[in-house]
Design a binder for this molecule. Structure first.
Ligand code: SF4
Length: 282
């Protein structure tokens, strides 16, 4: 059990000691209702995400300017306190990281997600975490104390160079695969989210991807197709990094629905053949 008294762990991180690029902000509510399948509430400790995936559509969804998404990152420092209060009346599954990554680099120093987890553990809440980061392994001991927690790790490719191009500040694929393996080994219900399926990238080494995933021991995969939002094509076409041959291949295919559907079907078939249960993400 976590032994700190309640007052100490519902306290947020010290607002005067934020790392560079992170600003403390206050929220009015910790939990918001979620429309995502299987989730009743959403909990997002941070505003913005410094992983800076070029396909990220969260700023489009939230009506935020794309330029301000990566920096500064807002840390909702009063969230643990509000969460403790709101959990008295909330039942159901809480999705952590539905619009920003709860284990993005700021979390290593700020430990805001960690504090929320401790409150959730104290209240015996049911949670589902979604991240691209192996930093989640830091909190495995707390996760084990929660009732049936679930963790999803996103993987779009096993090629480190392609990942760097599309998800420049997220942990490399090898670290994510290792995180999946460790979570499975720790007995945490784990799935891999292959999403978005990036045309010409995710399918560039499909055998390598499927074999790396099945090698982790994970039994469940969710697939999510790339959603091209208004303004996204123009944004991506303007990125210098996509002027390379691989970038151009992607731009040529990103709106090709037939190609994307075939790539997804092929991936699903191969995963199933390797004993991985496949479902659609959304
Ligand atoms: S990790 Fe998720 S929220 Fe963060 S930039 Fe990438 S897609 Fe967006």
């Amino acid at each position: 059990m976590i032994t700190r008294d309640l007052d100490s762990f519902t306290e947020g991180p010290d607002s005067t000691k934020m790392p560079e690029g992170v600003i403390p902000i206050e929220c009015k509510h910790a939990l918001s209702r979620s429309k995502l399948p299987g989730l009743d509430y959403a909990l997002n400790p941070y505003v913005g995400c410094s992983h800076d995936c070029i396909y990220c559509y969260a700023p489009f969804l939230m009506g935020k300017p794309r330029e301000g998404w990566r920096t500064p990152i807002g840390a909702r420092t009063n969230m643990p306190h509000l969460l403790d209060r709101e959990l008295r009346n909330a039942t159901g599954t809480i999705g952590i990281g539905t619009v920003t990554d709860p284990y993005q680099p700021a979390e290593a120093a700020v430990r805001l997600t960690r504090r929320c987890l401790e409150v959730l553990q104290h209240r015996g809440a049911t949670i589902s975490i979604h991240t691209k980061s192996d930093l989640v392994l830091r909190d495995v001991e707390v996760l084990k104390l929660l009732p049936g927690p679930e963790v999803g790790i996103t993987l779009t490719t096993v090629d480190g160079a392609l990942s760097k191009l599309f998800e420049p500040f997220a942990p490399p694929p090898a670290a994510r695969l290792e995180a999946i393996r460790s979570l499975v080994h720790a007995g945490i219900r784990t799935y891999v989210l292959i999403g978005p399926i990036i045309p010409t990238v995710t399918d560039s080494d499909i055998d390598g991807l499927v074999s790396a995933i099945s090698g982790t021991g994970v039994e469940r995969a969710m697939l999510d197709r790339l959603r091209v939002r208004p303004g996204m094509l123009e944004f991506l076409a303007g990125l210098e990094g996509l002027h390379s041959a691989s970038g151009r291949r992607f731009l040529d295919r990103m709106s090709d629905q037939e190609y994307c559907r075939e790539a997804e079907d092929d991936l699903a078939k191969r995963l199933r053949r390797n004993g991985v249960f496949v479902e659609q993400a959304f």
